[in-house]
Write a protein that binds this ligand. Structure first.
Ligand SMILES: Nc1ncnc2c1ncn2[C@@H]1O[C@H](COP(=O)(O)OP(=O)(O)OP(=O)(O)O)[C@@H](O)[C@H]1O
Ligand SMILES: [Mg+2]
Length: 405
């Protein structure tokens, strides 16, 4: 088929031609935005899901809706290894400008500007001068302790938004990379803002372990946020994700071709885009047949192996790779942590550190205590292809401690 007309969009954060299966969530969130604008309570939310399920595109869609509703918004991607204040401060400065800072600044606006200045000074950030003089007033957001200062700052900005009869939307992607202290500060800030009934909503997105991380940071986080699970698409939506964009170009999929793609991709959005894209290029004519899918699939898998899966694999130590290979031996998962260790021929304690490292790298997560699952869908199959043989783990004794990396 004509490559130039190929509608599919495999990638990270690329808006798909058809954002399938998320209408309900989008309309619920839209109602929440309306409520916030009307001064009603609405829960902030964390979109949780595995790699490639479409969290970023959903976050961007919600951001877009909030912007259209005249929220003042900021969006950042949490960096691995800390630096939340440095990323957030310039965005919040931009928000203050967007709140029409210069015209007849009210009291809350002044306080917000001062608070942001204090915050920047406390965390040694350069955010650029404000073009008008506002005298320093110590006492808010100036302790250097993020858990005190971030809530002070976000409350001050939400109060300024209330004064301007608008609302703030804070969007953070890859929340699992926030340090525990940053996450705690964010949770406390959302809690304080909720108690004050200020016009503010936080929408986060990231790997499923965030729910537990936020709960560990502050136990009330469980009630403070809703945690919509973003998963593989239901079969009908997965089909629509393929059919609709193709139909716009007058291309059809045969029913068994769709069935084959749904099966091999397990209806994960990223893989649906990859298969849609490559099968389109491979098929000589419409309708796209199961034969086209079968003929293109080995090449698609090898393309994913060399790119999508491999970049993740290459970031791992030999022992981390071995651990994932043992998980793959047991199937897609999640698996009992003890069973994984047993597959490696050791006790769970001998590989506890490597498991913790894999969690912090975002490669595995734990849904329930004592369970470990892949965060990347279909990773088990890749591990078996890239490491055909499962080797037992032989910890070297080092002063009684086992070697873990
Ligand atoms: N609802 C959907 N329908 C069809 N395609 C989708 C949908 N959601 C996402 N996609 C496609 O899936 C791919 C991955 O989307 P996205 O980058 O948002 O995933 P993610 O969950 O943020 O992944 P990661 O955890 O790696 O950041 C993109 O190619 C996107 O176009
Ligand atoms: Mg993403």
């Amino acid at each position: 088929m004509d490559r130039a007309k190929n509608p599919f969009a495999p990638g990270a954060g690329l808006q798909p031609p058809e954002l399938a299966g998320r209408d309900h969530l989008i309309s619920e969130a839209t109602i929440d935005f309306e409520r916030v604008l009307r001064g009603r309570a609405a829960k902030s939310m964390m979109l949780l899901g595995l790699r490639g399920v479409g969290k970023t595109v959903l976050l961007n869609r919600l951001l877009d809706i909030a912007d259209k509703k005249k929220f003042k918004t900021a969006k950042i991607e949490a960096p691995e290894g800390g630096a939340l204040p440095a990323l957030l401060a310039p965005e919040l400065r931009r928000i203050l400008y967007a709140l029409d800072l210069k015209s007849a600044a009210g009291n809350s606006m002044r306080v917000a500007v001062t608070t942001l200045r204090n915050f920047a000074a406390a965390f040694k950030l350069t955010i650029g001068e404000f073009e008008f003089g506002i005298e320093a007033a110590p006492g808010t957001a100036d302790t250097g302790d993020l858990e005190q200062d971030l809530p002070d700052l976000l409350v001050a900005i939400a109060e300024a938004a209330a004064e301007r009869k608008t609302a703030i939307g804070l969007f953070i992607d890859e929340v699992q990379y926030l340090s525990p202290k940053e996450l705690a500060a964010l949770v406390v800030a959302c809690h304080e803002i909720a108690q004050k009934g200020l016009p503010f909503i936080f929408i986060g997105a990231g790997l499923p372990q965030i729910a537990a991380l936020a709960g560990n940071a502050k136990s009330y986080a469980e009630r403070l946020f809703s945690y919509p699970e973003i998963g593989p698409l239901p079969p009908e939506d997965a089909k629509q994700a393929l059919i609709k964009p193709a139909r716009q170009e007058r291309v059809e999929f045969a029913a068994d071709a769709l069935g084959a793609i749904l099966k091999i991709t397990e209806r994960y959005p990223y893989f649906l885009q990859e298969w849609g894209f490559h099968v389109w290029n491979h098929a000589p004519r419409t309708p796209i047949t199961k034969r086209d899918v079968d003929a293109a699939s080995p090449e698609i898998i090898s393309h994913l192996d060399k790119n999508f899966f491999k970049v993740r694999f290459d970031r791992l130590t030999a022992l981390q790779q071995k651990y994932l290979r043992a998980m793959a031996e047991l199937g897609p998962g999640p698996h009992k942590t003890g069973d994984i260790a047993a597959t490696l021929g050791v006790d769970a304690s001998a590989v506890a550190t490597v498991r913790a490292q894999l969690i912090s790298k975002g490669m595995v997560w734990s849904q329930r205590h004592g369970e470990t699952g892949f965060t990347v869908p279909l990773f088990d199959g890749f591990m078996k292809r890239v490491m055909p043989k499962l080797l037992p783990h032989k910890p070297k004794s080092r002063g009684g401690k086992s070697e873990t990396s």
